[in-house]
Every structure is written in structure tokens, then in C-alpha cells.
Design a protein around this ligand. Structure first.
Ligand SMILES: NC(=O)C1=CN([C@@H]2O[C@H](COP(=O)(O)OP(=O)(O)OC[C@H]3O[C@@H](n4cnc5c(N)ncnc54)[C@H](O)[C@@H]3O)[C@@H](O)[C@H]2O)C=CC1
Ligand SMILES: O=C1[C@@H](O)[C@H](O)[C@@H](O)[C@H](O)[C@H]1O
Length: 343
């Protein structure tokens, strides 16, 4: 990066999230420019690159990351491709914003942790954007202030209009419920110790192949219980809601917003149709803070350790989903490299 010049970012994977991050870096977040994009779909890479002045298109992530124009890497390819892109970024010691999941399983996540530690400083922020959302931040502050007493339970609802056709049943856990795993750890400051998955008879249509919806239950080391309804093809709207039940009261975020109309004996509001709409401000804040930190030579926000912890809980979740049994979470001790604390 030239002194005081913009941070040159390579965006790897320019589908739904990657293309939205390209737009964000190009037009919303100051201090950075999209220097390169890479996508295995060359037409898609070229089409997105053409929207940005001076942006090169690649089909090989490693080639984009090797470009001398690139100072930082934003990974938005599917989860199984993250480890390879992270390795290429580590070879050049570049700061990375890696979309969740860090990797879909704890073995590969552990390899990433070890590689980052060999570099001697944090290089990875994981895209758990709810930590940058105004409602989630307020809920966390409310719980921490203690006026409601100790949190006993979280009731979470996570509904998508639909998900990509390539989604598998496991991805309901590793790609969707991954967010509740992170927000549980972050809101409560507790680790998840066991996962149980219950399933009603599935809905029809695309829900049938996914065994959708599902009810995922976490137990934590602080004695809390968390239930998550994941409904990937609910069809009517994008709803992400969390209610904390505490000793002396409750706090709930994620009720539908928007204008409420009353007419002809009925009233009605609006339901967001997707995460780009519901979490747009959170993504903006997440990417802006990542760029600001990278320009200072730092990486902050959710760490590779948080990504590893979620991958470990995801493995228990996938086993619980397949067996119908309560499954304990197995994870390593938090390395001193990732600092004190548990979230
Ligand atoms: N933080 C959030 O709220 C969200 C995060 N995500 C995460 O973002 C990532 C991407 O998800 P979507 O954009 O929904 O997927 P998508 O399927 O819309 O886009 C993925 C893109 O990556 C490309 N690709 C596939 N393999 C690749 C490889 N090895 N190298 C480079 N490009 C490759 C595909 O051709 C496609 O263009 C995933 O990790 C997903 O979990 C997705 C949606 C929301
Ligand atoms: O990360 C995301 C998607 O990959 C996932 O499919 C959705 O369920 C989540 O709400 C969204 O935030």
C-alpha cells in the first residue's frame, strides 16, 4: 500500500456476498479499493471486475492474492474453499476478512489457527457480522449491565425465505446455525458444551430434502440453555430473532420493523426478505472497521479462535443431527496467543 493510499483488496468469490462486499468497498467504505477479484466462474469474475475501475479479474484465488496491487484479502467463496485462500494470504502475511464459517470443520480450522500462530500476530477476522449489528450490540450491553439478572435461556429464530440450491442438511448447521453459535458465545461469554438436534416432519418442496426446519439446542458451561429454530425455506421472509430470558426479566431483538399500516379492519407491517437487507448496516460497519484496522497494520474483531470454536460446535451439531443424540462438543484449550477470556 502506498503511504496514505487506499488499501488494495482482493475479493475471493464474487457470488451473493462477495459481489455485495465489492460494492461496499468500492462505494461505501472509505480507505480501500477493490484491486482484484477471483472466482472459479470466470464470467462472473469479469462481470464484477468491470463494475470497478482498475480491478483485475482472476479465476485462481492464489493468483489474485499474489498480485502486488493487493494489500488485504476478503474471502467470500463457499466454506470448504476458505482454507486454501487463507493459506495463500498467510504466505504473503496479509490481513484477511474471512466470511463465516472460518472453515466448516474443526480439523481444518485448527490448521488455520496453527498457521496464524506461526505468523506471530493476528491476521484473520471472521465475518460474524451480528457482532456489528446495533440490536445485537444493545442486547449484549443490556445483559452485561446485569439489571435483568443472570441469563438463563436464549430463544432464537433463524428463518430464510430460501437458501442456495446446493445447500445440504449439514449446512443448516455449519452455515446457518453457525451464527447462533457465535452469538451465544459472544452474548453470554460462555462456551457451548453440547448440542441436540430435534426435527419435526419436514415441510414440503425444497424443505423436504433438507429435513427443514430443525430445532437445535445448545447447553453452555455457564448452565444456560439455547434453542434455535432454523427454517431454511420458510418462504415468507428473513427473520432473525433472539430473546434472552433472565432471572428478573427478558430482552428481545429482531422483531420485524418497517412501516405498519392500518386499513379496512386489518393492520400489517413489513418483513425483510434477506440478510443483505436486514444486516446491511452491520456488514458496512464490519468491513469499515476491518479496513481501518488493516491500514493501521492490525486485525481486530471476531478471531480465528472464534471461528475454530464455532467449527467445533458445528461438528457436534452435525453428529447430533445425524444420530438424534445429545452430542458433547470437543475443543482444544484456547491458546494464549488469542488472549484471555472465552469469546
Ligand atoms: N455473513 C453473512 O451473513 C453471510 C455469509 N455468507 C458466507 O459467504 C460465503 C459465500 O456465500 P454466498 O455468497 O452466499 O455463496 P454464492 O454461492 O452466492 O457465491 C460463492 C461464489 O464463490 C465462487 N467459488 C466457488 N468456489 C470457489 C473457489 N474455490 N475460489 C473462488 N471462488 C469460488 C462461486 O463460483 C460463487 O460465485 C460463504 O462462506 C457463506 O457462508 C453468505 C451469506 C451471508
Ligand atoms: O450467513 C448467512 C447465510 O449463509 C445463511 O444461509 C443464512 O441462514 C444466514 O442468515 C446468513 O447470515
Amino acid at each position: 500500500m502506498a503511504a496514505n493510499g487506499p488499501l488494495g483488496v482482493a475479493v475471493i468469490g464474487v457470488g451473493t456476498m462477495g459481489a455485495d462486499h465489492v460494492r461496499r468497498i468500492d462505494g461505501v467504505v472509505g480507505g480501500a479499493r477493490v484491486a482484484a477479484v477471483a472466482d472459479v466462474d470466470g464470467d462472473r469474475a469479469r462481470a464484477v471486475a468491470e463494475t470497478v475501475e482498475g480491478c483485475a479479474a482472476y479465476t485462481e484465488p492464489a493468483a489474485a492474492i499474489a498480485s502486488p496491487e493487493v494489500d488485504a484479502v476478503l474471502i467470500a467463496s463457499p466454506g470448504p474453499a476458505h482454507e486454501e485462500a487463507l493459506s495463500a494470504a498467510f504466505e504473503r502475511d496479509l490481513p484477511v476478512l474471512c466470511e463465516k464459517p472460518l472453515t466448516p470443520d474443526p480439523d481444518s480450522a485448527l490448521r488455520v489457527l496453527e498457521a496464524e500462530q506461526r505468523l506471530g500476530r493476528r491476521r484473520v477476522q471472521v465475518g460474524f457480522m451480528r457482532r456489528f449489528d446495533a440490536d445485537y450490540t444493545r442486547l449484549r450491553r443490556t445483559l452485561a449491565e446485569g439489571g435483568l439478572g443472570r441469563p438463563l435461556m436464549l430463544h432464537c429464530r433463524h428463518r430464510n425465505v430460501s437458501v442456495h440450491p446446493y445447500f445440504t442438511r449439514e449446512m443448516l448447521i455449519t452455515d446457518c446455525v453457525a451464527h447462533e453459535m457465535d452469538s451465544t458465545r459472544w452474548l453470554l461469554g460462555q462456551e457451548i458444551t453440547a448440542v441436540t438436534v430435534l426435527r419435526p416432519a419436514p415441510g414440503s418442496g425444497p424443505s423436504e430434502a433438507l429435513d427443514d426446519p430443525q430445532l437445535v439446542i445448545f447447553e453452555t458451561d455457564g448452565g444456560a440453555l439455547v434453542d434455535v429454530e432454523i427454517f431454511a425455506h420458510c418462504g415468507f421472509g428473513y427473520q432473525v430473532r433472539t430473546e434472552a430470558v433472565c432471572e428478573r426479566g427478558t430482552a428481545r431483538i429482531g422483531d420485524d420493523h418497517g412501516m405498519v399500516t392500518r386499513t379496512a379492519g386489518r393492520w400489517g407491517g413489513e418483513i425483510a426478505q434477506g440478510y443483505l437487507e436486514r444486516f446491511g448496516d452491520a456488514y458496512d460497519r464490519e468491513v469499515r472497521l476491518w479496513v481501518d484496522a488493516a491500514r493501521r497494520g492490525e486485525v481486530t474483531g471476531p478471531s480465528a479462535w472464534d471461528g475454530y470454536a464455532v467449527a467445533a460446535v458445528s461438528r457436534a451439531g452435525v453428529v447430533a443431527q445425524a444420530t438424534g443424540r445429545r452430542t458433547p462438543v470437543e475443543m482444544i484449550e484456547r491458546p494464549a496467543f488469542y488472549g484471555p477470556g472465552r469469546r
